[in-house]
Design a protein around this ligand. Structure first.
Ligand code: LCS
Length: 411
């Protein structure tokens, strides 16, 4: 008999949505690699399309492997249900398209993942949707940007790549007071560290490509709704737009999620140690990591999150050129966009993930040219620190700013 008490998160990560296959007893959820599902007779087919029979019809409109992933993520986030998407951007666009229309206005975090902002500014604007982008780490700025026609407050916290945090309860209150929804991109935290629906958000989105999958081998996205009414509206739009998830993709992500708790614990412990090392290094100008007391919202991180995460940003003395020299000097950390995998990745947002933002807007959002983003993985932290230390020495020698080998490796 199933214990009616809700299980702890670490248990739900492994079991939610997944049960031995009723047909074969397979413990791992099978990959239902089929585009369509047979009906016993015409009446059953008709009942499925009328929604009177909940069985499957066609994989774009639902698939058992995708459903297992959806139930798992919905359970972790505390939502009433979830919708798998082909990518994080497919999930975000389904949310925009569902809740925005002619004349609608969005208030969003200025330093979100570039395309989440640019698609509103450049594409939805063609259909009469306006957007204002503010430093949402200051709730008063969110409030000031609200208009009578604001339908959505769109927050990324921690934000990519500035690591700004937004007070989600305060943003929910502001959104709801103005008759808008709060949508939160929870990609950087994952449900292990932050559950926005518990803090008043209406909808959560993820790029599953990142921590939830965790192995840098698949892209995917998900939308989680708190209320059935929203889920039903989202489903209608998402299924019609077609950016849904493939069963094999869902299976890979389900497999990745099983170790989410373990990976998060290791990666964030590594990230904090690396951030402390960098903060103490003479060649480093600044470090922004929510787990460091120097982060302007360290207290909010402690209140709102169950851990500061495994991504952070920093600047090297000597600016962009010194940063480039550092990136080029790294031998273990890989120069690549994306984050949340078991391997450490480094990137330069101003010239990569956020390059399509106009420079003035980028700088206003805090994405300076010297900002280097480090997404820390699960390697032995001593190797990561040694790698950064040698690359900083190379960069400093090139700059002539700091004597080579000035940073002491702590092992
Ligand atoms: N939300 C956040 C916070 C992201 O960082 C990304 C991708 C997305 C949404 C979009 O997800 P996708 O469609 O790629 O699955 N972020 C990336 C990054 O920082 N580097 O490369 C991709």
């Amino acid at each position: 008999m199933t214990d009616p008490r809700p299980m702890h998160l670490a248990t739900r990560i492994i079991h939610a949505g997944q049960h031995p296959d009723p047909a074969t007893g397979a413990v791992s959820t099978p990959i239902y690699q089929t585009s369509t599902f047979a009906f016993r007779d015409a009446d059953e087919g008709a009942a499925r399309f009328l929604g009177k029979d909940p069985g499957y019809k066609y994989t774009r409109l639902g698939n058992p492997t995708v459903a297992a992933l959806e139930e798992c993520v919905a359970t972790l986030e505390g939502g009433c249900g979830a919708l798998g998407a082909a990518t994080g951007m497919a999930a975000i666009n389904a949310v925009y398209l569902t809740f925005l229309g002619q004349g609608a206005h969005v208030v969003g975090t200025d330093s979100v993942y570039g395309p989440s902002r640019l698609v509103l500014e450049n594409e939805y604007s063609r259909f009469g949707v306006a957007s204002s982008w503010v430093d949402s780490s200051r709730p008063a700025l969110v409030e000031a940007a609200m208009r009578p026609e604001t339908r959505m407050v769109y927050i990324e916290s921690p934000a990519n790549p500035t690591m700004k945090l937004s007070d989600l309860r305060a943003c929910a209150d502001i959104a709801h007071a103005g008759g808008a929804l709060l949508v939160v991109d929870n990609t950087f935290a994952s449900p292990v560290l932050q559950r926005p629906l518990e803090m008043g958000a209406d909808v959560v989105v993820h790029s599953l490509t990142k921590f939830l999958n965790g192995h840098t081998d698949v892209v995917g996205g998900v939308i989680v709704a708190k209320r059935r009414e929203h889920l039903d509206r989202l489903k209608k739009v998402h299924y019609a737009m077609g950016g849904t998830m493939d069963p094999h993709q869902a299976w890979l992500i389900l497999r990745g999620i099983k170790t989410l708790g373990l990976r998060m614990e290791k990666a964030q412990a590594n990230a904090l140690e690396v951030a402390r090392f960098l903060e103490g290094h003479p060649a480093i100008a600044w470090v922004l990591h929510p787990g460091l007391p120097s982060h302007p919202q360290h207290d909010l991180a402690r209140r709102q999150m169950d851990g500061p995460g495994a991504v952070f940003s920093f600047g090297v003395k000597g600016g962009l050129e010194a940063g480039k020299a550092l990136i080029n000097g790294l031998k273990l950390a890989t120069l690549a966009v994306s984050l949340g995998g078991v391997e450490t990745l480094v990137e330069h947002p101003a010239s990569m993930t956020h390059t399509s933002m106009p420079r003035a807007e980028r700088e206003a959002a805090g994405i300076s040219d010297d900002l280097v983003r480090l997404a820390v993985g699960c390697e032995d932290v001593r190797d990561l620190i040694a790698d950064l230390d040698q690359a900083l020495a190379v960069a400093a020698a090139a700059e002539g700013a700091v004597p080579a080998g000035a940073g002491a490796v702590r092992t």
